[in-house]
Structure formats: C-alpha cells, structure tokens
Design a protein around this ligand. Structure first.
Ligand SMILES: O=P(O)(O)OC[C@H]1O[C@H](OP(=O)(O)OP(=O)(O)O)[C@H](O)[C@@H]1O
Ligand SMILES: O=c1[nH]c(=O)c2nc[nH]c2[nH]1
Length: 193
C-alpha cells in the first residue's frame, strides 16, 4: 500500500528497543483516508474466504479492523484487555506480551460474540514477534470458531513473526513491511505482502 509506505517514511521514528513510532497514523492519531484504504485492501484480500466476523484487539487494532468490517459488512469483535463486569461468561482468555507498555496482558473475548460457526479474519496494527496474534488465535480455537486469515497493517519482517505463525496454516496479509531500521539507513520500508 503505497500511501502507507510513504506515510511511514515521512513519520516513522525509531525508538530504543526496536520500536517504530507511528503514532501519527496508527497508534494515537488516525488519518481516516489512510485507514479507509487499509480496510479496503484487507477486505479485498479476505472477501473470497467468506468471513462472517472480524476480530481484533483493543486498542490500536480497532480502527483498521472496523474499516475492514465495514467493507465486508460483518460484525467486528475486539478482545478486551480488562474484563468488564458487563462481559458474559463463559469467556475465552489468553495472555500476550505488550510491546509498547511492557508486561503480560490478558485478552478476553466473550462466548456471546464468538463461537462455533464463526469464520474469522483477524486484523491488527503490528505483526512483530507474532505473540499477540498467536494468543488471539488461541482464543479463536478455544471458542470453536474457524480462523481464516491474519491481516496486519505493519509487519516488522526482521522480527520473523510471519514464520513463527506458519503452523496456523492461514494466509497472512500485511500492507507495509519494515525490512530493517537503524540509525544509518533509517526506516527501510517496502509494500506489504
Ligand atoms: O507481534 P507482537 O510482538 O505480539 O507485537 C504486535 C502487538 O504489539 C502491539 O500491542 P501493544 O499491546 O503494544 O499495543 P496497543 O495497545 O497499541 O494495541 C500491537 O498492537 C500488536 O498487537
Ligand atoms: O507502536 C508500535 N511499534 C512497534 O514497533 C511495535 N512492535 C510491536 N508492536 C508495536 N507497536
């Protein structure tokens, strides 16, 4: 997605610990036209699989996931990181590590909104180590739903999350790929795959 690649080139900042700051387009401020195109790209890629639900994780996954769900015309379910008292039991839960806040994070999805018969596409903002998507895939498996595909806005190819998720045996679609990033070269980014 060329517009995304250009926005990352313009705004991406390398932070310590191998973190790419893209707060101006994905993680704090959103650019609606860019978000809409993300949704269109994911929807075009996944529509042939006939999903009936999009699943993501709060908070940064919600915008691209909603843009995708709008085009596919299916509901969007987002995993919560704290279980609210409104959430109906039984719930499906898994743990992941937060890359930007540190520490373990619990993810919760209620059986009220995910279960057998659901055909799910997962959308998130970053694919880095793959740990978060692995946790969400675990929740989907626990629920009895079928995972059809994974879509991430930005892949950090050098963290090799894609290879780690290969055993899930589903297509992985990303819109921009960070090949490497360092002080000398800056952020080396190409179209996703
Ligand atoms: O592939 P991984 O190594 O698991 O990294 C990707 C995850 O890390 C971020 O979550 P984080 O909890 O940092 O932030 P968020 O609250 O902005 O979604 C991001 O939103 C992805 O969900
Ligand atoms: O804002 C972010 N920048 C990153 O580099 C990253 N990796 C995983 N999750 C991330 N979030």
């Amino acid at each position: 997605m060329q517009a995304l690649v250009e926005a990352i080139r313009e705004q991406g900042v390398i932070l310590p610990g191998g973190i790419l700051k893209v707060d101006g387009l994905v993680n704090h401020q959103l650019l609606p036209h860019l978000t809409r195109e993300m949704g269109e790209r994911f929807a075009a890629g996944f529509a042939p699989l006939k999903p009936n639900k999009v699943v993501t994780i709060e908070v940064s996954g919600i915008a691209p996931a909603l843009a995708t769900a709008l085009v596919l015309n299916v509901p969007l379910v987002y995993a919560r990181k704290k279980k609210p008292i409104t959430m109906q039991e039984p719930t499906f839960t898994a743990q992941s590590l937060s890359r930007t806040k540190g520490g373990a994070v619990d993810l919760f999805v209620s059986s009220e909104y995910l279960g057998p018969g659901d055909r799910v596409v997962v959308i998130d903002d970053f694919l880095a180590s793959g740990g978060t998507l692995r946790a969400l895939a675990g929740i989907i498996a626990l629920s009895g739903a079928e995972l059809l595909g994974l879509g991430c806005v930005i892949e950090k190819g050098f963290e090799e999350g894609r290879a780690r998720l290969a055993d899930l045996n589903v297509p992985i679609l990303t819109l921009a790929n960070i090949v490497r990033m360092n002080e000398a070269e800056g952020v080396v980014v190409e179209a996703g795959r």
